[in-house]
Design a protein around this ligand. Structure first.
Ligand SMILES: [Fe+2]
Length: 291
């Protein structure tokens, strides 16, 4: 029984929050969920939602967009009619895209439109032949410079099923119907190596499998990085989470969520709690949190 259930949410690098909000909300049609600010009022993150939460994280990455087609994120639309309406919006603002195309390394895709967001994140806007309930994310395409090591990692530590292999690509399936594709590259792009502060792909794991999966991640060449949110007093008592990276350094989070998944604190209460917790631990706010 696989412990990892699904891709839950994403945190992407952006370097201009206004441009990113306009792109994801006004053009791609996502809901504006929440804006986060530093204690001095400077913008830090915006969260948008299309059925899954997508965090747009400043300051982004200095790395240019890749030419390998990865990392690439699959954004799910319920049907072609909704996708066509989005394409109309993109055309009105003269934003370039490719497609809709039918061919894809992802099984079950009816069509996909390929484009970049203003920060150079590659996106696939997808319609599936059979849609996946309760998510807005269909897939992730990531780079690997160590395909055999990565294959073992995703099969045995993350417990995914191998769905498809073709020239330089391995596709793994989640039980949710979502996919991760590993694309072999001679060397990792700067974009993969310098993902950007806080950037991650978040997976949901069962409570029963959490500790065992942590051990397997380390055993199969990943690195487990702990949970700064828990240290800051922001994690509910019945929720477990850790950040980790795969053997190529792709940044992930894995969470066994609280039964209630309560809403977030407002910025003021959140910073108060962070500062109280760090004072008890003899720690201060980081430079980038007050600059
Ligand atoms: Fe997260």
């Amino acid at each position: 029984m696989p412990g990892i259930k699904a891709i839950d949410h994403l945190a992407l690098p952006v370097n201009d929050i206004q441009k990113a909000e306009h792109f994801y909300v006004d053009l791609l049609g996502m809901e504006l969920e929440m804006r986060r600010f530093n204690p001095n009022g400077k913008p830090r993150q915006t969260y948008v939602n299309n059925g899954s939460q997508i965090g747009l994280f400043l300051p982004g990455t200095p790395a240019p967009a890749t030419t390998t087609g990865a990392p690439r994120l699959g954004i799910l639309y319920p049907d072609r009619r909704v996708l066509e309406a989005v394409l109309e919006q993109l055309k009105q603002e003269a934003i370039l895209f490719e497609g809709p195309v039918g061919d894809s390394c992802i099984p079950g895709i009816e069509c996909a439109v390929l484009l970049d967001d203003p920060a150079g994140n590659h996106l696939d806007l997808c319609v599936l032949k059979e849609t996946i309930p309760d998510t807005g994310i269909s897939h992730l395409i990531l780079e690997t410079a160590r395909p055999e090591t990565a294959r073992e990692f995703y099969l045995h530590a993350i417990s995914l099923e191998e769905a498809l292999q073709r020239e330089g690509e391995i596709c793994f399936a989640f039980e949710s119907g979502q996919f991760i594709v590993l694309k072999s590259v001679p060397q990792l792009s700067q974009r993969t190596r310098l993902a950007g502060r806080g950037v991650h792909f978040a997976l949901e794991v069962t409570h029963q499998s959490f500790e065992e999966t942590v051990k397997l991640i380390e055993q199969y060449g990943g690195a487990v990085e702990g949970d700064p949110r828990a240290a800051d007093g922001l994690r509910p008592a019945d929720e477990k989470s850790t950040y980790f990276s795969d053997p190529d350094g792709n940044p992930f989070q894995m969470s066994a969520f609280s039964a209630t998944r309560t809403g977030s604190l407002c910025d003021e209460d959140r910073w108060k709690r962070i500062q109280e917790n760090r004072a008890q631990q003899g720690r201060k706010l980081a430079r980038w949190e007050i600059e």
